[in-house]
Structures are given as structure tokens and as C-alpha cells.
Design a binder for this molecule. Structure first.
Ligand SMILES: Cc1ncc(COP(=O)(O)O)c(C=O)c1O
Length: 352
């Protein structure tokens, strides 16, 4: 008898990552400028037929990454983009019908994976003033909760947690035996990290990616950091050779070139400072403490702006509806200054 899992068949997925070439892509928080071309050429110059024909060897990169993070390979699991690691954590550390607590709005895949595996995803919403009420989050952590998902910083809200707030949440989670997942996809744009809790403690994971600051979204590479027992469980779910050789090669060269990482951070900071200055100069309200993205409240209609940006200006941005006091707004990825100039010029022309 033919069989299709009912839950998967009914799962609503949006695949919007195609037909984006030729546009200035400020919609998915990638780096629009990417890595220096010279660096790319050098990395590719010693690609051989053998390099392509053999399965990727992950051990040397795992070791190098672990050293970079000040830990050992037992504490990390490489994944095909951090979205893969998030999926495995939800799959292994919660049960069917199990309660997962997360904030809303947030990265949509937490909800999707929860639905995929039949979990009960409890959303703790931001307040009208766009603040997260930590008491509401704490109250949601019942004895039945299996997983708490935090983002540091959160996409799209751009908010972060202080060390004190985080430790307090961690303490509650520990008492109630709740596994904690901290998504740090936007680390480096915001340097404070909770990684040490994942490396030194137990029942806490941090996921990170090479897609954002490291500008390797096209290669798909991320990692899960955590205690060795938890990492072993995540590894069991990985498909064989789940990370590709190009991703490992580029990432390992990047780790050896801290100057490139520094200059990516400097470009981002310059773009951010410019964007904020121009938004303020033109009386725009915006939101976003950290991360390579900002919410901007437009003066006119969001849908019209997103469409005109795409059709007339070849710029992709994202709309979010009903975001607290901002109402309907735009989420714009922050790139280097020249991209932000292009965006601002277009916004001032369209948003009338
Ligand atoms: C908060 C957050 N986590 C995880 C991801 C997934 O990143 P990747 O799978 O490319 O590592 C994204 C992508 O936009 C994100 O915004």
C-alpha cells in the first residue's frame, strides 16, 4: 500500500530562495558583497580531480575549528548549514507532542521543524513596544517543556540577552531539565556569545553558521557546539558526508585569515553606521540592536515598496506584517556601505 506521512504532506513550506541572481539581495541576510575575489581564486587554485572525486574529509577541519573555538572535536558537529543542526536537535531532544518554547517572531524553521515532527511549539510573542517580556518567557517554561530555543541575537527582532538574563533562563531550564538551544547564526555581527555554556556545561547547544559573516551561504556549512554526549546524538542523525569539500576548504582558509574576517566585520559596521545615519536623517523609525539586518518602518505601503524595489530597482527586501508598534515593516539586510547607499537611494525614491 502506498504511504505518505500525513503530517509531512500537510506541512506548509515556502521555497523562496530561487530566481535571485541579478538582484541586490538584501532579503536573506547574506553578505551582498561576499568574500574578496582574490581569496576565492587562491582557494580554488589547487582544486584537483581527486579533491572533487573523493568524499570530503571532515576530521582536519573539525580539529581546526575546535582549536579556533578553544575546544576539541568532541564538542562540535559539522552540519550542512546550521538549519540542519537545528532540525536534528529538535528531532532528538523533544518527543512527539513534546513542548518546545521559543520567541515570536523568529527564524521560521523552528516552527517548521516542530510541525514536521509533531511537536507543540509554544510561541512567546514580543510586546507591542518590541521588547521581550522575560517573565512571560520564564512562565512558559513548565515542567513539561523539553526544549527552549533562544537566539542571540534574534532574527528578525535583533534583540539580545544580557549574561545575567541568560544565566537566569539557564538556571530555570536546568531545574526543569529543559535542553537549551541558542542560535548564534548572527555571531560576529554581535560579539557577545553564550558558547562557553555549551562547551563547559551540559544540555545546552549553540548553533552557528558560515552563511552570514563568513559569506559562504552558497556552500552550506554550520556547526552545533555542545557537550560530547549531546553532540554524539546529533551526529547520529547526520547523513553520511553531510558537509561538502568546498565548504570545508573555504572555511578552513578563512580561519587561517583573521584579517579577512576583520575586514568583513569592518565593512558591515561601516554599512550599518551609514544606514542608521541616513534613516535618522530622513526621519525613519527602525529597530535592531544587533545582527546584519534592520526593521524599517516605511512611510507608505510595504507591499508597494517591496514590489517596486524588486521591479524597478532590482533590490530584494522582505516584508513583515504587524510587528508591534512598527506595524507593517521592511526587513533589510545590512551589507557594505555601497550596497546601503544603493538601498537608501531607492527607498527615498519609492517610499513617497
Ligand atoms: C536565526 C537563523 N538561524 C539559522 C539560519 C540558517 O542558516 P544556515 O542554515 O545557512 O546556517 C538562519 C538563516 O537565515 C537564521 O536567520
Amino acid at each position: 500500500m502506498y504511504y505518505v506521512d500525513e503530517q509531512i504532506r500537510n506541512l506548509h513550506r515556502i521555497f523562496d530562495q530561487n530566481a535571485r541572481s541579478g538582484y541586490l539581495r538584501l532579503d536573506l541576510n547574506e553578505n551582498p558583497g561576499g568574500l574578496p575575489e582574490e581569496f576565492i581564486k587562491t582557494v580554488l587554485s589547487d582544486v584537483t580531480p581527486e579533491f572533487l572525486s573523493q568524499y570530503p574529509e571532515t576530521a582536519p577541519f573539525s580539529k581546526a575549528l575546535a582549536e579556533y573555538l578553544g575546544t576539541d572535536s568532541e564538542h562540535i558537529c559539522l552540519v550542512n548549514g546550521s538549519a540542519e543542526g537545528i532540525r536534528y536537535i529538535i528531532q532528538a531532544f523533544s518527543s512527539k507532542g513534546g513542548r518546545i518554547v521559543g520567541v515570536s517572531p523568529s527564524y521560521f524553521m523552528f516552527q517548521i521543524y516542530s510541525e514536521m515532527y509533531g511537536r507543540n511549539f509554544i510561541r512567546v510573542s514580543y510586546e507591542k513596544d518590541l521588547r521581550l517580556d522575560l517573565n512571560k518567557l520564564k512562565a512558559a517554561l513548565t515542567n513539561e517543556t523539553q526544549l527552549l530555543i533562544l537566539l542571540n541575537p534574534n532574527n528578525p527582532m535583533g534583540n539580545v540577552y544580557t549574561m545575567e538574563e541568560f544565566e537566569n533562563l539557564l538556571e530555570i531550564a536546568k531545574k526543569k531539565q529543559i535542553t537549551v538551544l541558542v542560535d548564534e547564526a548572527y555571531h560576529y555581527f554581535y560579539p557577545e556569545t553564550f558558547l562557553k555554556y555549551a562547551l563547559e556545561g551540559e544540555h545546552i547547544f549553540v548553533t552557528r553558521t558560515f552563511s552570514k559573516l563568513f559569506s559562504l551561504a552558497g556552500c552550506r556549512l554550520g556547526y552545533v557546539a555542545g557537550w560530547p554526549g549531546g553532540i554524539k546524538v546529533v551526529q547520529k542523525l547526520c547523513t553520511p558526508h553531510n558537509t561538502n569539500a568546498f565548504a570545508l576548504k573555504f572555511a578552513s582558509e578563512l580561519l587561517k585569515n583573521p584579517d579577512i574576517i576583520e575586514s568583513l566585520i569592518a565593512d558591515y559596521k561601516e554599512g550599518r553606521a551609514y544606514l542608521i545615519q541616513e534613516l535618522e536623517r530622513n526621519q525613519y523609525t527602525y529597530q535592531g540592536e544587533a545582527g546584519n539586518f534592520l526593521f524599517i518602518q516605511p512611510k507608505t505601503d510595504v507591499q508597494m515598496i517591496v514590489e517596486k524595489m524588486k521591479e524597478k530597482k532590482k533590490i530584494l527586501i522582505k516584508k513583515y506584517l504587524d510587528v508591534g508598534k512598527l506595524g507593517d515593516c521592511l526587513r533589510v539586510t545590512i551589507g557594505g556601505r555601497k550596497y546601503m547607499e544603493q538601498f537608501m537611494e531607492a527607498l527615498l525614491e519609492i517610499d513617497l
